[in-house]
Design a protein around this ligand. Structure first.
Ligand code: GAL
Length: 500
């Protein structure tokens, strides 16, 4: 096995070849997704059990609180979280004509939500200001039809440009931004917000929305300034499950100097969201100012962007996602269950150009190995996993990068540790992430322009004794090791192992 792997990884790969590493899921059931899940007491509960395998499939959930019901045919759990805080040890089961599977699901009722990094899709980097109700319904359809939902992707998130745009010459955008009671009005492309979230929820998926603390969003649409209370309430009434809150024009009102200047708008909205009658994850977007990772959780955030926009990052020798990761990977101390460092979205597949938004989306220019490295970095860093390419044009290669259950298990591990950097220089990066079952994930990255052997000794990794080795991308067991892990890796490529 090991020899076969070495031989494979030393072959020079043309970008056009795009080797698919993720094995196709078998017909037998495999339950994916998080093993831990947090919900606040008494709040609406919705969860679609992610599972691969042939349908029809029959689902069971043993140990479920009485207030939550399972649809045995779809695997969608709905209801209300128990009023009493505490841990509910649930076992999820799935069976079909080919076999059965089970997975623990620790449902914790309490103050902490987002026990694992959120996963989903955000429209920004494909559609920019070209968004409509129809597009999000189609994205929800595609999340299920493509199989992404079977791996745990669940948020269908609207970014900027759903509101009215004062001064626009487009009649669909140029209406009163708020009604007579001060309630925000979506633009005419979003005729029915509650209908849209109901459509998404009926598939067992979640809905995300966007605004900011300033008078206008980054794209100059109406934002929440001086209407925070009514906007939070409106998002809850419409049925949203996540809010991205983008600093933008707030910077024209306040030149932040003190910690209080940075925290104030987020503490205000964070507090308001917590007081709504549903769980709404709060994603802080202010590009890492004021060391947001030190206080993002305190103001009610479940995730906080640590850097500027990935899509605007200049490529140096390496593509921009690396430099974003190099900043984010230093912040491991600040990530954990309930609060995650967010290095922005996964920009692969058919994707627009953030520097020239009107250009039609095109296939990413990242090589296959760069895309595996991207997904490996985000998984090791316990980052939110939001794809932002075109859901209408998902191709087989992109899905194989996004949907490797064993790679996602590293991202969703219940311990919630962000990987630590063991070594980083111009040529290589080695990261290690402790996992709940006592195993560790190790990422060996070749940053150089040539194939290269990258190794990490057990001393570097803090390991002793013999360890089984699982190649996570190929989902293959390799020969056990007791002194080091090592792989011959192509240019900008990765070997991602789980040492058991
Ligand atoms: C930026 C933000 C992006 C996107 C954009 C929308 O400030 O970082 O992620 O939301 O605004 O205009």
């Amino acid at each position: 096995m090991r020899l076969a792997l070495l031989a494979l990884t030393t072959l020079p790969l043309l970008a056009a070849e795009m080797p698919i590493l993720t094995p196709k899921p078998g017909p037998e059931p495999r339950i994916n997704g998080p093993r831990v899940y947090g919900v606040r007491p008494g709040r609406p509960f919705l969860y679609r059990i992610p599972a691969t395998g042939a349908r029809p499939m029959k689902f069971e959930a043993v140990g479920l609180p009485a207030s939550i019901k399972l649809d045995a045919a779809t695997g969608i759990l709905t209801g209300t979280a128990p009023a009493k805080p505490g841990l509910n040890k649930v076992t999820l089961r799935a069976s079909n004509a080919h076999g059965k599977a089970s997975r623990e699901f620790r449902l914790t009722v309490g103050d902490t939500i987002a026990l694992t990094p959120p996963m989903g899709w955000n429209h920004w980097y494909t559609h920019y200001d070209r968004v409509s109700d129809k597009l999000f319904r189609e994205a929800a359809d595609a999340m299920v039809a493509s199989g992404m939902a079977d791996y745990g992707y669940s948020y269908v998130s609207i970014d900027d440009c759903w509101m009215m745009k004062p001064g626009s010459d487009d009649p669909a955008l140029n209406g009163a931004p708020r009604d007579s009671s001060g309630r925000i009005r979506p633009n005419l492309r979003f005729p029915d917000m509650p209908g849209l979230t109901a459509y998404i929820h009926a598939k067992g998926l979640k809905a995300g929305i966007y605004t900011g603390p300033g008078p206008l969003t980054c794209a100059q649409y109406t934002a929440a300034w001086q209407h925070e209370e009514i906007d939070a309430r409106t998002f809850a009434e419409w049925g949203y499950d996540l809010l991205k809150y983008d600093w933008c024009s707030y910077g024209r009102l306040v030149k932040p100097a003190t910690r209080e200047d940075f925290t104030k708008p987020y503490a205000l909205m964070g507090g308001l969201l917590e007081r709504q009658n549903r769980d709404i994850q709060f994603n802080l977007c202010q590009y890492g100012m004021g060391d947001v990772w030190k206080w993002g959780a305190e103001v009610g955030g479940q995730s906080w962007r640590t850097t500027g926009d990935l899509g605007l990052e200049r490529d140096t020798r390496l593509p921009g996602f690396y430099s974003i990761a190099f900043k984010n990977m230093l912040l491991a101390d600040y990530a954990g269950p309930g609060g995650w460092n967010d290095p922005d979205y996964i920009l692969i597949g058919t994707i627009g150009n953030a520097r020239s938004m009107s250009q039609a989306p095109k296939q990413t220019t990242l090589t296959a190995w760069e895309q595996y490295s991207y997904m490996s970095l985000w998984s090791m860093m316990a980052s939110p996993l939001f794809f932002s390419g075109d859901m209408g044009r998902l191709d087989e290669f992109t899905l194989n990068v996004l949907c490797n259950a064993e790679v996602i298990d590293v991202n969703q591990d219940p311990l919630g540790k962000q990987a630590r950097v063991i070594r980083k220089n111009d040529d290589e990066l080695v990261m290690v992430k402790p996992l709940e079952d006592g195993s560790v994930a190790v990422g060996l990255f070749n940053l150089s322009e040539q194939p290269r052997r990258v190794s990490a000794s057990f001393a570097d990794l803090g390991l002793k004794g013999q360890r089984g080795v699982r190649d996570l991308w190929r989902q293959q067991d390799l020969v056990p090791v007791s002194d080091q892990v090592s792989a011959e890796i192509d240019r900008h490529g990765v070997a991602l192992y789980r040492l058991k």
